[in-house]
Design a protein around this ligand. Sequence first.
Ligand code: KG4
Ligand code: ZN
Length: 345
Amino acid sequence: MNSLSNKENLIVLAIESSCDETACAIVKNGREVLANVIATQIEIHRRFGGVVPEIASRNHTLAIENVVKEALDQAHMTKDDIDAIAVTYGAGLLGALLVGVNFAKGLAYAWHKPLFAVSHIRGHIAANYIDSDLEPPYLCLLASGGHTAIVKVADYQKLELLGQSKDDAAGEAFDKVARVLGLPYPGGPEIEKLAKCGTPRFDCPLPHHTNELYFSYSGLKTYVINLVHSFDQKGIEVPKADVAASFQQAAVNQLVDVLNRAIKQTGIKKIAVAGGVSANLLLRSEFDKLAKQGCDVHYPKLKYCTDNASMIGAEAYQLIRSGSIESGLDLDACATVLINACYSN
Ligand code: KG4
Ligand code: ZN
């Protein structure tokens, strides 16, 4: 139990710094965002073609104090209005995570507030609760830069991993294919933009169709890389828009195929999607088709699909309500976290 599990209204100040966004949010009762501040480092990392961990940590350190101050200003609040501090402890870049974790520990100590450690992955799933009445049980398709999985959310704090990628994550494949096509980081939105001008005329490979619930993106990625190289070798201009459209179609088809199998196997027709790739409009249009077929479909708002701290506040609320114990000031960051795990000392 924690001291807040029965408090009527809960205001959580949440911090997220797992990759290249320094973020702070203030969230009321897990569903209402009072402040959402994100200092993005995308422009800084773009010139390197991806996130440079050392540079990310340094920029988190520079940004975090102002980001937290701005969140309090946005919500017209002071520390006295905050009931708890929440922070992403993993998964992510260790050095980047440590900046958020240490800042959150400092705040909890100085302000005498309880501290809660939140899994970034669970945060992505909880983004679906913001401004929404979604309740478990439901199936969640998680597709981010680091993870691709089907999760059965049996209850707010009871996640069952039904299947995941055997190799690359979907977002990682978007980023790598974008790089080969000469598009800037992050690749997902760039592929989506380019694909709009193209035709999905290349027959991209799909993993073997079985009843197993798993994803695999390395074969698709290699196919696209080889396709681009074969155009280059022949001295033919790469039809980039068609390649992007073909890849995107195949990547999305795979996500939806596995989700469909999970719906059939579990009989659960309430579905949600989470993680950066859930911002993809082709994927969302496939979800709309499932809604027409009788599924109860939920998505996070676009601004809560990619990394943000509101989702961490949303998950922290559920963690607190479930009676989870507070973290101590010995809380440590963790680069890898199992999808269905909670923080434990
Ligand atoms: O969830 P996220 O912000 O970070 C992780 O926790 O990994 O996901 C980032 C990933 C990147 O790989 C990015 O290319 C991808 O999500 N992404 C997209 C789109 N927006 C972001 N992929 C496809 N279409 C998009 N619109
Ligand atoms: Zn993320």
